[in-house]
Design a protein around this ligand. Structure first.
Ligand code: NDP
Length: 449
């Protein structure tokens, strides 16, 4: 049995049967049975069905946002933004269905052409931090390419995925095309990885489990896309608009209570402006509104679980530069916390996945690049400078998949998202994601007699 909690109150909001191997196998069988018909749906009809799903998500926007807010402890305003993105993602991939084209290649003696074939049944394993958002980044391209799916949401946050599966049926997407199994990663997730009828695993979560996904996939040569952890650097040069950089920085690390793989949790500041930036950053962080996720003005809610709060707390040693306010009593609360760190400190190297920012000074451009790249991860990051040449030099030198200049936003439906190094591989979103959910088939047609 899976007990689903509201992390802001610790109250049980749902109790669900937990899928084991048998139930997971049944979901794979259902996806397999639905596959031939789904891949045969005419492109314009498949696009129309995805478009209808996007519209239904819009029509149920408030309901889905409330489910997500209650189940993850997200501020309702942020949850609304996330659900809006889910709808945009389905609209985007509805439009992509008939633009994912093959090629003709000049060869002797005939015509050579390529086709983008679906993979078959794909298994999607998703985390608890952005449950429906991250699921949509995988479902959109998977369904657009003609695959059928089994989605295993995190056991802590399965509610929005279950509701989406109902909406998919309401949209007219045939039964068996989108299956959801609620169960433990080590049981239902592992079975998807092992199952011979699953052609690919699309995974978002920790680097540790990502490694297991890759290892398990080797047995059946499954395709994998891995979106894993991060320890992204927010690099602030002395010639930046410091007020703007400092005002934005809290939201780049404390948003979603820091439970964000793109969190800019290492803030690298040029030595000559370090003290001034630290002062502005502390003041801006004091302004972050922490409290009841249902309140319209709340900007940060609790952490996902008691165990996770303990893990986050273990990163704060000694007296931090700032420990903000957080509610007392029920709920897995943790305040916005700023520490001063050296690049070799644990808080500056490991993914905290909580509202803890590490401030680190650097000497010059080369030093900033060296510290930014001194990480096993390479997911995201920001560069703040008014010098255009430097912005592009540093952007090319930093080893991460997604960067923003004079901004902290990394994710848009139409642009590729994914990591370098141990942050994973494969790209989600944009047209790039379609490559991860299709195979290229090459066909030669002889025109000789
Ligand atoms: P996990 O990597 O453990 O979980 C992510 C997903 O994988 C969940 O659906 C989980 O299922 C599933 N899973 C777990 N073990 C297995 C397995 N052996 N085989 C198949 N699937 C499995 O992340 P956590 O939620 O435990 O978070 C731990 C840390 O991971 C965080 O503190 C953070 O550092 C990082 N993380 C990074 C994310 C990102 O966006 N890149 C997202 C979430 C976490 P279930 O939980 O239901 O058992």
């Amino acid at each position: 049995m899976t007990r689903v909690l509201n992390p802001a109150t610790e109250e049980t909001i749902a109790e669900l049967e937990s899928a084991g191997v048998e139930e997971t196998d049944a979901a794979v069988a259902s996806a397999r049975a639905a596959y031939p018909a789904w891949r045969g749906v005419a492109p314009t009809d498949r696009a129309r069905l995805l478009r209808r799903l996007a519209t239904l998500v819009e029509e149920h926007h408030e309901e889905l946002a409330r489910i997500e807010s209650q189940n993850v402890g997200k501020p309702i305003a942020g949850a609304r933004g996330e659900i809006a993105m889910v709808a945009q993602v389905f609209h985007y991939y509805a439009g992509a269905v008939d633009k994912h084209t093959g090629e003709t290649i000049p060869v002797a003696g005939g015509i050579d052409m390529t086709f983008r074939e679906p993979l078959g049944v794909v298994g999607l394993i998703t985390p608890w931090n952005f449950p429906l958002n991250i699921a949509s980044w995988k479902l959109g391209p998977a369904l657009a390419c003609g695959n059928t799916v089994v989605l295993k949401p995190a056991e802590l946050t399965p509610l929005s995925a279950l509701r989406l599966a109902e909406l998919a049926l309401d949209a007219g997407i045939p039964e068996g095309v989108l299956n959801v199994v609620v169960g433990k990663g080590s049981v239902a997730g592992q079975r998807l990885i092992d199952h011979p009828d699953v052609a690919k695993i699309g995974f978002t979560g920790s680097t540790e489990v990502g490694r297991e996904v890759m290892r398990g996939a080797a047995a059946t040569i499954k395709r994998v896309t891995l979106e894993l952890g991060g320890k992204s650097a927010n690099v602030v040069f002395a010639d930046a608009d410091l007020e703007r950089a400092a005002a934005a920085a809290p939201y780049a690390v404390f948003d979603n209570a820091g439970q964000d793989c793109c969190a800019r949790s290492r803030i690298l500041v040029e030595q000559s402006v370090y003290d001034r930036f630290a002062e502005l950053f502390v003041a801006a962080t004091r302004g972050v509104k922490v409290g009841d996720p249902a309140s319209e003005t709340t900007e940060m809610g609790p952490l996902i679980s008691a165990a996770h709060r303990e893990a986050v707390a273990s990163f704060v040693e000694g007296e931090p530069l700032l420990r903000g306010d957080a509610p007392d009593g029920a709920g897995f609360w943790f305040p916005c916390t700023i520490v001063e760190a050296r690049p070799e400190d644990r808080v500056a190297r490991d993914e905290v996945f909580g509202p803890v920012a590490a401030l680190i000074p650097f000497a010059d451009e080369a030093d900033a690049i060296r510290i930014a790249n001194d990480s096993a991860y390479g997911l995201s990051g920001s560069i703040w400078t008014e010098n255009g040449g430097r912005a592009l030099r540093v952007a090319r030198a930093v080893e991460t998949g997604v960067l923003s200049i004079n901004s902290n936003s990394s994710v848009r439906p139409s642009t590729p998202f994914g990591g370098f190094k141990q942050s994973g591989f494969g790209r989600e979103l944009g047209m790039h994601a379609l490559a991860g959910y299709s195979e290229v088939k090459n066909v030669f047609y002889s025109t000789g007699r």
